[in-house]
Design a protein around this ligand. Sequence first.
Ligand SMILES: *Cc1c(COP(=O)(O)O)cnc(C)c1O
Length: 378
Amino acid sequence: MAEQKPRRPLRDRTRVVHAGVPRPVQGAPQLPGPALASHFHLEGDPATSPYVYSRDGNPTWTLYQRALAELEGGPATVFASGMAAAAAVLVPLLRPGDVLVAPSDGYPAVRSLATGHLGRCGIEVRLVPSSEPPPDSAIEGARLVWLETPSNPSLDVVDIAEVARRAHAAGALVAVDNTLATPLAQRPLDLGADYSVSSDSKHLTGHGDLILGHVAVRDPDRRSELVGWRTETGAIAGPFEVWLAHRSLATLALRLEQQSATALALAERLLFREDVAAVRYPGLPGDRAHEVAKRQMRGFGSVISFTLEDRGRAERFLADCELVEQATSFGGVRSSAERRARWGGDDLPEGFIRFSVGCEDADDLIADVERALDLSAG
Ligand SMILES: *Cc1c(COP(=O)(O)O)cnc(C)c1O
């Protein structure tokens, strides 16, 4: 069923429930359980067996990667985490003397890998803010342009197709960290990116119970390089996590619809409050990211941000929320939020809140947030 050619393009809810699910086999489960094996039965010529050793490949990876490939529009390679996926693109590609363009306000671990390890290896790192597309002067002479869009936590949106055109003309490759959007809301490979990179620990799997990542590419040589890197470095995903991720993917469209709708409703409500400043959400008409987001995304994700007057107010607000867990991740079924400046490093106001909207009823969640805002003001 899943592998037959569809008569017409299928809609998202249909695509995610069938993605990567194998053809039905009499007496077999729809989605086979995790293949818990270090090695596979192997007689004679190893080339005759699809699986040999689980660091090289595993049937559970195969099904999940097939699902991701359908959603991304290019073969996918699963890694132990989003950072393992990012490192698998950055580390083997870049050589001493190469130039990397990366966001100055993007995911901190990507930035520290770039300026730390890669910098020490003789790679020149040019950091540019995501509020504007990287200028030609930054792209000139680059080997790779790394975009994160929407960016975390600044929630700016970069026009991927426009940057890919200029980067390719300058001889650079383009990688997009697509974690916030997920491949249902934004397809970097269709927009001209060479790599679509994701932390699957967040919205994609959405239950806050695993760490995983992947990279999708169209070029077969690049795909072989990623698989080779994974086999040689051995930082691989366990089959149980991968199976759990595949299972969770089935509800991605439903989660994304609900979370995007509630995020927009909450952001719109917060605009009316005088004690809440700088409300950001790419789905919000009037937001500086909205025009590009509308062109390039289908659904705007679960993360909004806003700023309260100071650190104390922000801490009281978070403590007063009953339905919102204080945590640093995002994209999960349960709402969570944090005062981002507690980490230091980013150039953010002390009262800046990153808020991840979950799958709770929108009215319940908005009422809880408004009640906590009122309480914390007193
Ligand atoms: C979380 C995150 C990562 C890192 O992913 P892990 O799965 O935690 O290793 C990379 N990029 C972005 C945008 C993220 O939010």
